[in-house]
Design a protein around this ligand. Structure first.
Ligand code: AMP
Length: 222
C-alpha cells in the first residue's frame, strides 16, 4: 500500500506516520528526517540542504528527487509500499513521484490531507521536541517526556529543531500555503484525496485515518 500524508508543518504528519507505520506495518519515509540525518552526518547532500532548511525554504527538487529515488529502491519499500511524509511539497514533485511509480507499474493508493488551523500549528511547533537518536516527537506541554529532555523510547537527548523557531515557522507556512493548493487539486482530480481534521487528539486522528484505509481496501477489493 502506498500512502501520502499531506499537511502543513505542525499538522502531525510525522507523529501520525510513525503510528500508522507500526499499525499497518508499512515503511515510513520522511524526507525531512532523511535530510536532517544527512545534515548531522555532514554528507554532500546535507551540506547543500542545510542552508535552505535553516531558512525555512524548500531544498531544490533535483536533490530531493535523487534522495527519494534511492529510498524507493530499497527492499522494504519494494515489498510493502510506504507512508510518505514531507513529499511531495509541490506539483513538480507530485508528478515526478507518479512517473517513478508508473515505471514500476504501480501508483499511489490514497492521499490524506491533514487539515490544521494556524493557531494549533504555531502552538504545536513552538513546543515541539525531537529525539536526536530515534526521531520521536514530544511536546513541552501536550506530550512531555517522562524525564526532562530525554526520550521515553531510546533515552536519546531531545532538542528543538532549528527551523521550529517562530520566524522560520512563519516562512515555512508561507512556502507551504503557496504550493499546497495545486497539490490538493492534483490529487482531487485523481480521486485520491481524503481530508481529515487534524486539530484533534493524536489517537482520534489516527483512528480516522485507519478507518479510511480499511474502507479503501474494501472498495478496491470489490
Ligand atoms: P519537514 O521535517 O518535513 O518539516 O522538513 C524540514 C525541512 O526539510 C523543510 O522545511 C525543507 O527545507 C526540507 N524538506 C523536507 N522535505 C522536502 C521536500 N519534499 N522538498 C523540499 N524540501 C524538503
Amino acid at each position: 500500500m502506498k500512502i501520502i500524508l499531506l499537511g502543513p508543518p505542525g499538522a502531525g504528519k510525522g507523529t501520525q506516520a510513525k503510528d500508522l507505520s507500526q499499525r499497518l506495518n508499512l515503511p515510513h519515509i520522511s524526507t525531512g528526517d532523511i535530510l536532517r540525518q544527512n545534515v548531522s552526518l555532514s554528507t554532500e547532500l546535507g551540506k547543500k540542504a542545510k542552508d535552505f532548511m535553516d531558512r525555512g525554504l524548500l531544498v531544490p527538487d533535483e536533490l530531493i528527487t535523487e534522495m527519494l529515488k534511492e529510498r524507493l529502491q530499497q527492499p522494504d519499500v519494494q515489498e510493502e509500499g510506504f507512508i510518505l511524509d514531507g513529499y511531495p511539497r509541490n506539483l513538480n514533485q507530485a508528478q515526478t513521484l507518479d512517473n517513478i511509480l508508473k515505471k514500476k507499474n504501480t501508483e499511489i493508493d490514497i492521499v490524506f490531507y491533514l487539515d490544521t488551523s494556524e493557531s494549533v500549528i504555531i502552538q504545536r511547533l513552538s513546543g515541539r521536541l525531537v529525539c536526536s537518536k530515534c526521531g520521536a516527537n514530544f511536546h513541552i506541554k501536550n506530550m512531555p517526556p517522562k524525564v526532562d529532555m530525554i526520550c521515553d523510547y531510546c533515552q536519546g537527548e531531545l532538542y528543538q529543531r532549528t527551523d521550529d523557531r517562530e520566524e522560520t515557522i512563519k516562512k515555512r507556512l508561507q512556502v507551504y500555503y503557496k504550493e499546497v493548493s495545486s497539490l490538493i487539486k492534483y490529487y482531487e482530480r485523481q480521486n485520491k484525496l481524503q481530508r481529515i481534521c487534524a486539530d484533534e487528539e493524536r489517537e482520534i486522528v489516527l483512528s480516522r485515518i485507519i478507518q479510511m484505509v480499511k474502507n479503501h481496501c474494501l472498495t478496491t477489493k470489490t
